[in-house]
Design a protein around this ligand. Sequence first.
Ligand code: GLU
Length: 375
Amino acid sequence: MTPRDLGTARGVVVKVGSSLIQAGDTVIAAIARDIMTLREAGTRVTLVSSGAVALGRDRLGLATGTLSLEQKQAAAATGQPRLLDLWERAFAVHGVATAQALLTLDVTESRRSWLNARATLSTLLDLGALPVVNENDTIATDEIRYGDNDRLAARVAQLTGADLLVLLSDVDALYNAEPRSDASARALRDIPAINEDIRAMAGDANSARGVGTGGMRTKILAAELAGASGCATAIGLGTADKPILSFSRPDHGSWFHPARSSASARERWISGVLSPNGALHIDAGAVRALLDGKSLLPVGVTAVEGQFDRGETVRILGPDAQLVARGVTAYGAEEARKLAGCQSDETEDRLGYRRAAALVHTDDIVRVSSPEAGQ
Ligand code: GLU
């Protein structure tokens, strides 16, 4: 899409932070109006809404203090139907049905459930409904949690093939210094690429800003994740008069350009898997072959790290352990260990059977463009 030209976006994911849900009906109504304008222009919009825990803790009288994991999960269970009701009422006045989709990390990390979730969201959009996504906080435990809705929203952007991710919260922009204490601090409006300087700003001057789980760090991570799939990210104040449409003004919020222009649906999934289970270390010759567009053959593999099954995404690392690519393996970790370093015609001798000649077929490989991308 053209930067800051919302009319050119085909798909948009709007993420609404908890502080906005607590800010009241006027804020929600303004967000709903902007979403309606996008929809009327033909844009497919998916909402990712936080606020289940915040609404639930109020309802359960747990309003002050830190919550235990169990209390948070109970609060999420109590707050989620109220959260949906809030959006249902906001969109009922526009004649639009809302639909709830609760996701867990394993849904987006396994290819099969990813395809299912994608089909459901796409059908809802085809039917004119507005999907409202949240993490399934009530059952997700720490190991299987996204933990913050910024990265969840980036995964939903990949899932729906969106070209714009809008992160609305109580944070108005990314600043180069802490604006409350430094008079020279200025907001960065246009961020062509996320480099070390930008990451440092997120961890430093901006880290304490905002009341949500994420803060600026997870917003930058979300922008990186989305950007790797060709999706732009806009960060801005959800309490603004026109919280989404205002991004068409160059002086509103921060706009992150995607790292690449587009990606196929399969590439989007491979490059977005949040925590690949293992890694294949490969030699310099295999790196060259890979960057040349070839498949990864067992002969180029020097070591196999971690546990993974056939069909899972692994990192592919060069001789200095630099990330070269990500790919879906044709063999599980134990098989890959037996095959490492062997010629393709030895496969059957080593395993007792032969499946594919390549450990990772070229169609299942996403090469990384910058060394730190997709780590
Ligand atoms: N899923 C959480 C909720 O709905 C919010 C997570 C976040 O703040 O990013 O309450």
